[in-house]
Design a binder for this molecule. Structure first.
Ligand code: NAG
Ligand code: NAG
Ligand code: NAG
Ligand code: NAG
Length: 320
């Protein structure tokens, strides 16, 4: 009978232990200290924007919300200043007049999917040709309000020539969910701050706004519709795959989601069906976990001086 060399038993033990240590500590090695999210409304450095700067657009179904939500949006987006061009996509005459009275531009809703819901890509392509001189193009859900941190963040990105030269940029971030009463008016930064302070930061999977630079490749993006699950996660996944520089601006942009009780529930799984039915095999992949804000390459941070900066994320969550 051959004797087992004791050295092999020893090596075996070391290997087993190493694997065990790896399994236990894997998550600790990839751990990143949590980002401190600010809910500050007015950043200490007010940006000096270059015009033309940002085209911010949205669309809404006016029978979905009752109360003051859309009026708050019309009002507070306008408060971002004259260097932000605001666009509402609608065919509804009443909405059109109302938006115009708030200094918004209105464009007709051309291609839709899922029984009349706007296709995100289509709206991006339209604003990029209609307002072709702008630096940024951003879609946001229509019940979200932004603080001036939006402009401060984009200005900081605009000053980073090396970043902009490397690849197209996509800016997104978490939102703050705040209960808003049906008759509650949000018309000043003070109102905004009051409502933001009672809100809670949402998770990194529920993203409501996406801002890109011109070079973003929409050509290969599927006809997903706004306001339905998966559009956010799938867009983030797609952007990462296309080599876009993804920026998580949760710390510098307050995106205030007006949460009302009367909001109508809609058909939910429409985007999933579009992806499954797609002829393009890569579209059928369900990569929701890889499309969250934590997977962004960069995050925004406030320095002690109050100035904004971009930080590269070295280690990602294991989900990415
Ligand atoms: C929203 O504003 C418009 C124009 O000022 C006004 O006619 C309308 O009644 C307002 N809606 C609500 C719900 O307050
Ligand atoms: C909106 O109106 C335009 C004409 O201005 C029309 O071509 C388009 O089909 C309409 N869209 C919807 C969704 O009805
Ligand atoms: C608009 O909302 C109403 C009420 O929820 C719904 O019945 C209708 O189908 C919606 N229209 C579109 C185009 O989504
Ligand atoms: C924007 O469009 C106008 C008219 O087609 C054109 O003259 C101009 O060069 C375009 N600008 C950019 C930045 O593409």
């Amino acid at each position: 009978m051959k004797q087992v060399d004791v050295r092999y038993a020893f090596y075996g033990l070391i290997i087993t232990n190493s694997i065990w240590i790896y399994v236990v500590f894997k998550d600790i090695w990839t751990f990143r200290p949590p980002v401190v999210y600010s809910v500050s409304v007015v950043p200490s450095t007010i940006p000096t924007p270059t015009t033309p700067f940002l085209v911010l657009f949205t669309s809404w179904n006016d029978s979905m919300e009752s109360g003051n939500v859309y009026n708050n949006t019309l009002f507070m987006w306008r408060a971002l200043g004259p260097d932000v061009t605001l666009v509402l996509f609608t065919n509804n005459t009443k909405m059109k007049e109302m938006a115009k009275s708030f200094g918004w531009e209105v464009l007709p809703l051309m291609r839709t999917n899922c029984g009349g819901i706007p296709i995100l890509k289509e709206m991006f392509k339209t604003v990029m040709t209609t307002y072709n001189e702008s630096k940024f193009y951003g879609y946001s859900n229509s019940d979200v309000l932004f603080n001036i941190g939006l402009k401060a963040t984009l200005n900081m990105i605009l000053s980073n020539k090396a970043l902009l030269k490397r690849a197209p940029v996509l800016v997104t971030g978490r939102r703050i969910d705040s209960p808003v009463g049906l008759t509650e008016k949000i018309q000043t930064w003070k109102d905004f701050e009051k409502v933001a302070q009672r809100g809670l930061m949402s998770n990194a999977f529920a993203l409501d706004y996406f801002i890109t630079t011109k070079g973003f490749n929409w050509k290969e993006f599927p006809d997903l519709v706004i306001g339905r699950p998966k559009i956010d996660n799938w867009l983030i996944f797609y952007a990462r795959r296309k080599g876009v520089s993804l920026i998580d601006a949760s710390a510098s942009i307050t995106a205030l989601h007006q949460k009302t009780e009367k909001r109508k529930k809609m058909v939910r799984e429409c985007n999933r069906e579009i992806l499954i039915k797609s002829k393009n095999v890569q579209f059928r992949q369900n990569k929701v976990v890889k499309g969250n804000a934590e997977c962004a390459h960069y995050e925004t941070r406030h320095l002690k001086s109050g100035a904004l900066t971009l930080m590269k994320r070295g280690l990602y969550s294991t989900l990415c």
